[in-house]
Ligand binder design. Sequence first.
Ligand code: HEM
Length: 459
Amino acid sequence: MPKHQPFQKSYIYTALWLAILGGFSLGAHIAMPMGFGWNLPPFYQIWVQTHGHMQLLGWTGLFIMGVSLYFMPRFVKVPLPYQFLTKWILILITTGLIIKTGALFTIPYLAAGTTASFFTYLVYAGGGMEWAGTLLYLFLIGTLFKRKPRNYVGLQSVQPFFAIMAAGFFFYSTLHLIQYFMFDATSRMPWSSLTIDIFIMLVLFPVAFAFSVRTFPLFIQIPPFRVSFYWFGVIYGTSAVIYLTGAVNHIPPAVEITAKIVISGIILILIYHLKLFPKMVLSPRRFMIRYYGEKYLNDRIDSGAFTKARPGYYDFGQYGRFELLIFSAYIWLAIYAVLEIFRNVFHLTGSSALFGHDPVRHIFLLGFITLLIFGMAQRMLPGFMKKKGLWSQKLVIWTFILGNLAVLGRVLPILLPQPWFAGIPEIHQWLMYGFGISGLFAIAALALLLVNLWKTFRG
Ligand code: HEM
């Protein structure tokens, strides 16, 4: 009888090292000259594109894969098939990322000739390895779902979100690979933008939401959901496909923009259903009375549960204040959705939006996804490793402070309209310094997370 595979912590370590030494360092290296008015690094486009891809596949992608390869088999109650493949997925993606990045940064310094074409082949080989690793992951997840019991209903509500995630991984990795064969760094830009949108809409949001639905009732004591999210998933997926099709095929701009507004609207409705905002503002007692009823509350008081656990949670504080990271992640997500609605309503009415794509995108990627990973990692991974709690609860607060400072620094100066600073250029200058060092704040938070997890896993 096959058994469940233990948690593959190498995915988490690799994601963290790739983030610290790769994605975030590249981001910091681009942001610093922008913030302090220094010269941008040569071959800027390659820096930006490599930063983006390394962050998406290396940081968030490997984290999602590592967690889902442990979580999903237990969720559908079937051991993961072909368990030996999990190490190959990690080897292929990590080696591919490193080879491709090294070659991309070397090519511009070489004159056209045999050596340059050798490095171009390395780019193809690296891209091919990333693609093969991602496809192996999809193969494992697909086989797992095929083997789940036929009458298993636990998955139904979030099934469309997992299906969208699988499609997203496939299209992202395939289009990302194809673009290296078709375009050079400058003409790659529009495609790069499409693949990023695919990753954000089809991979990151669906998987973050599906995991939130499955874990939040346990982690932050919110009542189990009475609604099924199935149809939300279907409408979300259809709108995302309509929006993304607009990038490759002509569809009326009004349809494309409406699809984007629907997506953001659904995100807001889903946030509402997670009940995180009442959880943040109501006392544990009032929250419980409102959502569970007075009888349940009294039963819990009688059973002594409140004296044992942290009020409003099931844990005893051994994971620190991890919920602050989850709350702030969802606040950033709500801000993202509202700004996206504004941006698209402006487009629809023909006026130019007050703020650009980049800060809004980073609100999602850094504010929502990265802070959510910080919070979930510190709450969930000790349990995956059969540990009773985190090595340090204080470090959780520091990842919360540094992580949020990084988001504020990264997005505020570009998000706030320039005319606001007309009479006070010094404030804008200071905000730009904050932009310059935002990457360092993020790297510091990642380093603390790495230390905390490493010590916890070894303890
Ligand atoms: C404090 C941390 C970060 C800093 C300092 C940073 C910095 C930057 C900068 C300066 C750019 C170029 C913007 C432009 O061209 O105008 C950029 C683009 C981008 N960043 Fe970040 N970033 C950070 C975090 C993240 C995270 C966490 C992710 C994803 C999880 C991410 C994904 C991207 C993507 C996808 C792009 C666009 C790449 C492209 O156009 O090909 N960044 N970032």
